[in-house]
Write a protein that binds this ligand. Structure first.
Ligand SMILES: [Zn+2]
Ligand SMILES: [Zn+2]
Length: 184
Protein backbone atom coordinates (compact mmCIF):
# COMPACT_ATOMS: atom_id res chain seq x y z
CA UNK A 1 0.00 0.00 0.00
CA UNK A 2 0.95 3.63 -0.16
CA UNK A 3 3.92 4.40 1.98
CA UNK A 4 4.11 8.16 2.41
CA UNK A 5 2.21 11.44 2.12
CA UNK A 6 4.11 14.20 0.34
CA UNK A 7 3.02 17.80 0.76
CA UNK A 8 4.35 20.14 -1.93
CA UNK A 9 3.96 23.70 -0.72
CA UNK A 10 3.69 26.12 -3.61
CA UNK A 11 1.87 28.73 -1.52
CA UNK A 12 2.92 31.66 0.64
CA UNK A 13 2.34 29.65 3.80
CA UNK A 14 5.30 29.05 6.05
CA UNK A 15 6.26 25.39 5.78
CA UNK A 16 6.31 25.16 9.59
CA UNK A 17 2.54 25.30 9.48
CA UNK A 18 2.59 21.92 7.76
CA UNK A 19 4.64 20.40 10.57
CA UNK A 20 1.61 21.01 12.74
CA UNK A 21 -0.63 19.26 10.20
CA UNK A 22 1.66 16.23 10.10
CA UNK A 23 0.47 15.05 13.50
CA UNK A 24 -3.14 14.94 12.29
CA UNK A 25 -2.16 13.35 8.99
CA UNK A 26 -0.13 10.61 10.65
CA UNK A 27 -2.97 9.91 13.06
CA UNK A 28 -5.62 9.70 10.33
CA UNK A 29 -3.65 7.96 7.59
CA UNK A 30 -0.99 6.07 9.61
CA UNK A 31 1.79 6.90 7.16
CA UNK A 32 4.83 9.19 7.32
CA UNK A 33 4.52 12.74 6.01
CA UNK A 34 7.13 14.77 4.15
CA UNK A 35 6.94 18.46 3.34
CA UNK A 36 8.78 20.31 0.59
CA UNK A 37 8.61 23.90 -0.57
CA UNK A 38 8.37 24.04 -4.35
CA UNK A 39 7.81 26.76 -6.84
CA UNK A 40 5.63 25.52 -9.63
CA UNK A 41 4.75 27.49 -12.71
CA UNK A 42 0.96 27.32 -12.74
CA UNK A 43 0.40 29.32 -15.92
CA UNK A 44 -0.54 26.33 -18.13
CA UNK A 45 -3.55 25.80 -15.85
CA UNK A 46 -4.74 29.42 -16.09
CA UNK A 47 -7.98 30.19 -17.88
CA UNK A 48 -8.04 33.76 -19.18
CA UNK A 49 -11.81 33.92 -19.50
CA UNK A 50 -12.51 32.66 -15.99
CA UNK A 51 -9.41 34.23 -14.42
CA UNK A 52 -9.04 31.01 -12.45
CA UNK A 53 -6.83 27.92 -12.53
CA UNK A 54 -8.06 24.54 -13.70
CA UNK A 55 -7.48 22.18 -10.78
CA UNK A 56 -7.46 19.08 -12.99
CA UNK A 57 -4.63 20.61 -15.03
CA UNK A 58 -2.75 21.20 -11.77
CA UNK A 59 -3.17 17.54 -10.83
CA UNK A 60 -1.67 16.61 -14.20
CA UNK A 61 1.17 19.04 -13.59
CA UNK A 62 1.85 17.50 -10.19
CA UNK A 63 1.92 14.01 -11.70
CA UNK A 64 4.25 15.13 -14.49
CA UNK A 65 6.64 17.08 -12.29
CA UNK A 66 7.15 14.84 -9.28
CA UNK A 67 7.59 11.15 -8.68
CA UNK A 68 4.20 10.19 -7.27
CA UNK A 69 4.69 6.43 -7.43
CA UNK A 70 3.96 4.67 -4.17
CA UNK A 71 2.89 7.87 -2.42
CA UNK A 72 0.03 10.30 -2.01
CA UNK A 73 1.05 13.76 -3.15
CA UNK A 74 -0.80 16.99 -2.49
CA UNK A 75 0.14 20.40 -3.78
CA UNK A 76 -0.88 23.52 -1.86
CA UNK A 77 -1.41 26.69 -3.89
CA UNK A 78 -2.85 30.18 -3.32
CA UNK A 79 -4.67 30.61 -6.63
CA UNK A 80 -8.41 30.37 -7.27
CA UNK A 81 -9.27 26.87 -8.54
CA UNK A 82 -12.11 25.63 -10.73
CA UNK A 83 -13.32 22.58 -12.56
CA UNK A 84 -15.39 23.26 -15.69
CA UNK A 85 -18.77 22.27 -14.18
CA UNK A 86 -18.34 24.32 -11.00
CA UNK A 87 -17.82 28.00 -10.21
CA UNK A 88 -14.90 27.13 -7.99
CA UNK A 89 -13.42 24.31 -5.90
CA UNK A 90 -11.44 24.37 -2.66
CA UNK A 91 -9.44 21.44 -3.98
CA UNK A 92 -9.52 18.32 -6.10
CA UNK A 93 -8.15 14.81 -5.81
CA UNK A 94 -7.89 11.59 -7.75
CA UNK A 95 -10.18 9.04 -6.13
CA UNK A 96 -7.95 6.18 -5.00
CA UNK A 97 -5.11 7.79 -6.92
CA UNK A 98 -1.93 9.57 -5.97
CA UNK A 99 -2.49 13.27 -6.64
CA UNK A 100 -4.43 16.05 -4.93
CA UNK A 101 -4.46 19.83 -4.92
CA UNK A 102 -5.83 22.33 -2.44
CA UNK A 103 -5.90 26.12 -2.46
CA UNK A 104 -5.82 28.67 0.34
CA UNK A 105 -7.56 31.24 -1.89
CA UNK A 106 -11.12 30.87 -0.63
CA UNK A 107 -10.06 29.76 2.84
CA UNK A 108 -8.91 33.26 3.71
CA UNK A 109 -11.34 35.54 5.56
CA UNK A 110 -10.15 38.47 3.43
CA UNK A 111 -11.69 36.80 0.38
CA UNK A 112 -15.10 37.33 2.04
CA UNK A 113 -14.35 40.88 3.13
CA UNK A 114 -13.67 39.80 6.72
CA UNK A 115 -10.63 40.58 8.88
CA UNK A 116 -7.57 38.44 8.28
CA UNK A 117 -7.37 35.38 10.54
CA UNK A 118 -4.36 33.19 9.77
CA UNK A 119 -5.19 30.67 12.48
CA UNK A 120 -8.68 30.10 11.08
CA UNK A 121 -7.29 29.83 7.55
CA UNK A 122 -4.76 27.22 8.68
CA UNK A 123 -7.44 25.17 10.43
CA UNK A 124 -9.51 25.25 7.24
CA UNK A 125 -6.49 24.29 5.17
CA UNK A 126 -5.71 21.36 7.43
CA UNK A 127 -9.27 20.08 7.02
CA UNK A 128 -9.16 20.45 3.25
CA UNK A 129 -5.81 18.67 3.05
CA UNK A 130 -7.17 15.76 5.10
CA UNK A 131 -10.32 15.76 2.94
CA UNK A 132 -8.50 15.66 -0.41
CA UNK A 133 -5.97 13.11 0.79
CA UNK A 134 -8.93 11.05 2.03
CA UNK A 135 -10.12 10.83 -1.57
CA UNK A 136 -6.69 9.61 -2.69
CA UNK A 137 -7.06 6.84 -0.11
CA UNK A 138 -10.35 5.83 -1.76
CA UNK A 139 -12.72 7.74 0.53
CA UNK A 140 -16.06 9.01 -0.78
CA UNK A 141 -18.09 11.91 0.60
CA UNK A 142 -19.87 11.46 3.92
CA UNK A 143 -23.19 12.97 4.96
CA UNK A 144 -22.13 13.63 8.57
CA UNK A 145 -21.66 17.41 8.67
CA UNK A 146 -18.91 17.09 11.28
CA UNK A 147 -16.95 14.52 9.27
CA UNK A 148 -13.90 15.78 7.40
CA UNK A 149 -15.12 13.78 4.35
CA UNK A 150 -18.32 15.86 4.10
CA UNK A 151 -18.30 17.83 0.87
CA UNK A 152 -18.18 21.60 1.41
CA UNK A 153 -19.56 24.20 -0.96
CA UNK A 154 -19.17 27.11 1.43
CA UNK A 155 -16.40 27.95 3.82
CA UNK A 156 -18.92 27.92 6.70
CA UNK A 157 -19.40 24.20 6.01
CA UNK A 158 -15.66 23.66 6.38
CA UNK A 159 -15.86 25.43 9.74
CA UNK A 160 -18.49 22.93 10.92
CA UNK A 161 -16.29 19.94 10.11
CA UNK A 162 -13.69 18.40 12.35
CA UNK A 163 -10.14 17.83 11.12
CA UNK A 164 -10.64 14.06 11.29
CA UNK A 165 -13.09 11.57 9.75
CA UNK A 166 -16.17 10.32 11.59
CA UNK A 167 -15.88 6.88 13.15
CA UNK A 168 -17.47 5.11 10.18
CA UNK A 169 -15.18 6.83 7.68
CA UNK A 170 -12.09 6.20 9.78
CA UNK A 171 -13.00 2.52 9.84
CA UNK A 172 -13.31 2.40 6.04
CA UNK A 173 -10.08 4.34 5.73
CA UNK A 174 -8.25 1.96 8.05
CA UNK A 175 -9.42 -0.93 5.88
CA UNK A 176 -8.35 0.91 2.73
CA UNK A 177 -4.87 1.53 4.03
CA UNK A 178 -4.53 -1.99 5.35
CA UNK A 179 -4.13 -0.89 8.95
CA UNK A 180 -6.53 -3.55 10.13
CA UNK A 181 -4.52 -6.36 8.62
CA UNK A 182 -1.32 -4.96 10.11
CA UNK A 183 -2.81 -4.93 13.59
CA UNK A 184 -4.23 -8.45 13.36
ZN1 LIG B 1 -14.44 15.91 -1.70
ZN1 LIG C 1 -17.73 10.33 7.68
Amino acid sequence: MSSIIRIYNSSEINSRTFDGFSTTLRKVFSVPVSIANVSLNLEDAYDNGREQYNSTALLAKLLNTFDTSNNKSIIVVDVDLYIPVLTFVFGEAQLDGSAAVVSTHRLKNQYYGLPKDDTLMEVRLEKEIVHELGHTFGMYHCQDYECVMKSSTYVEEIDLKKTVPCRACQQILDENIGKKSRIE
